[in-house]
Design a protein around this ligand. Structure first.
Ligand SMILES: C[S@@+](CC[C@H](N)C(=O)[O-])C[C@H]1O[C@@H](n2cnc3c(N)ncnc32)[C@H](O)[C@@H]1O
Length: 446
């Protein structure tokens, strides 16, 4: 199958739905070829003349599609006699079906009239040399879906992959880990995520910031000590005070990390897996510490720098492997936060592509890497020092089982911490699935 993405077609009008469908189909094509959705979108935007509004529409369609790809691929199987080729055509059908096929509207009402979607999907195909041959097929498939929707959905939704929109192995793993509430966890992962902010206590109180939002006509509520959730997500440029560092975008569960560290002015702190710097900024907002922000990916360090510049805060930044000691000057740290690389199975509502890009063996492989990181960092922690282990996973292998094994291996004292937080989307509690374990080194330790 041909997987190359073609540049956005000049024949399509840049603010039309056909243009957005074409852009979203290109991004989805790249995801089906193994690229993460944010990188795929960045690639599409770099090659297109999409204005900000069209970029928003392309992004929205691509995310909606990834939240339903199990279902729409099952529909395509039933609605076509042979697999649509090239992959771009398959992806265009996925995007169009994603806009018309949602019976539960888990991420908001459909944004477009159904017949407009059909018409614009046909226009998108007609405007592309790779797909023009199939415009009749697209028209026929989408119109048949609209006519026979109830029966077709009833047929495909028998399959859990189409119903729940996760790979079969992911569904089985969630069921095994959470026999009571696996469905709620999977359902939460299919909702559109809220936009949650962390209020910078150095600059403004939560009350004053809420008043600022109200004055700007933006609905919001407090959902954590310094966490505010907007009623409707907004581009960051439109969030009052964002560019001045009054707030940062951060999920409410992620905001629990830094208070657990029990920071005091003057401490020597290591943020061991720091990029893009969400928790780095929170650490510096909370206390005047001597902070080293480390990440193994040197290309991600500028992201931390940008975040800190916006907050007008600073830390030492270094690229290095937290599982090795080459970058360490030998002086022990008072506090270490290890927000390790993981499957990200707890943040799938923000990254609906992850479940399709991961493989079953990834959790075990990543847990091995995290164990090396934790054991290495433990040696760098001073007596009485605290190490906070964080993952954005819901798999026990990467969370509780890992924490328990680490404590046994190292004689670490386990302190009170939230443990496994499952993703939740209630009115007052709305956060991702994160895991926290806090360890203290005995005072007699070397
Ligand atoms: C979950 S993200 C960290 C998120 C960050 N703490 C925040 O709050 O914004 C994990 C990070 O770990 C980095 N990483 C992966 N392996 C690493 C290693 N062996 N040593 C240091 N950093 C690593 C990745 O590049 C990635 O930036």
């Amino acid at each position: 199958m041909k997987t190359v993405s073609t540049p956005p077609n000049p024949k399509l009008i840049p603010d039309s739905l056909s243009f957005s469908l074409n852009g979203a189909a290109q991004a989805v094509t790249m995801v089906l070829g193994g690229t993460a959705l944010p990188q795929a979108l960045a690639h599409v935007f770099a090659r297109s003349e999409a204005l900000p509004q069209a970029r928003g529409a392309i992004q929205d369609i691509a995310y909606r599609t990834m939240r339903r790809i199990g279902r729409v691929e099952a529909l395509i199987d039933v609605l076509t006699t042979k697999a649509p080729e090239p992959v771009l055509l398959h992806a265009l059908l996925c995007c169009a079906l994603a806009l018309v096929s949602d019976p539960d509207e888990s991420d908001g009402p459909p944004p477009y009239n159904e017949f407009t979607v059909v018409d614009q999907a046909v226009t998108a195909a007609a405007g592309s040399p790779d797909m023009a041959h199939a415009k009749g097929m697209i028209n026929a498939v989408l119109r048949r879906f609209l006519r026979e929707r109830t029966a077709l959905l009833q047929q495909v939704l028998q399959d859990p992959v189409a119903l729940l929109n996760y790979p079969a192995w992911w569904i089985a793993a969630t069921k095994q880990a959470y026999p009571q509430n696996w469905q709620a966890i999977l359902t939460a992962g299919n909702t559109a995520p809220p936009l949650s902010l962390r209020v910078n206590q150095r600059k403004i109180t939560v009350e004053a910031y809420l008043a600022m939002l109200q004055a700007a006509g933006i609905g919001a509520r407090q959902i954590g000590p310094v966490a505010v959730r907007l009623d409707q997500p907004l581009p960051v440029q439109q969030i009052p005070g964002f560019s001045d560092g009054l707030v940062s975008v951060q999920d409410a569960a992620a905001q629990l990390a830094v208070p657990l560290l029990d920071l005091h002015d003057g401490q020597r702190v290591l943020d061991a897996c720091a990029a893009p710097g969400g928790k780095t900024g929170h650490i510096l907002e909370s206390a005047n510490v001597d902070l080293l922000a480390l990440d193994s990916d040197a290309k991600r360090l500028p992201r931390i720098e940008e975040n800190l510049e916006r907050l007008q805060l600073s830390a030492k930044l270094k690229s290095g492997d937290a599982g090795k000691a080459g970058w360490w000057d030998g002086r022990p740290f008072d506090r270490i936060i290890a927000d390790v690389p993981c499957t990200a199975s707890g943040i799938v509502r923000r990254h609906p592509d992850i479940r399709w890009l991961r493989r079953k063996a990834d959790a075990a492989q990543l847990a091995t890497v995290s164990a090396l990181i934790l054991d290495n960092l433990w040696r760098m922690l001073g007596p009485d020092g605290k190490l906070l282990y964080v993952t954005c996973s819901v798999w026990p292998q990467e969370s509780e089982a890992q924490a328990a094994a680490f404590a046994v291996r190292n004689g670490a004292v386990r302190l009170e911490a939230p443990g496994q937080l499952l993703p939740t989307t209630s009115k007052d509690e709305d956060h991702d699935g994160l895991f926290y374990a806090l360890f203290q080194k005995p005072s007699s330790a070397q």
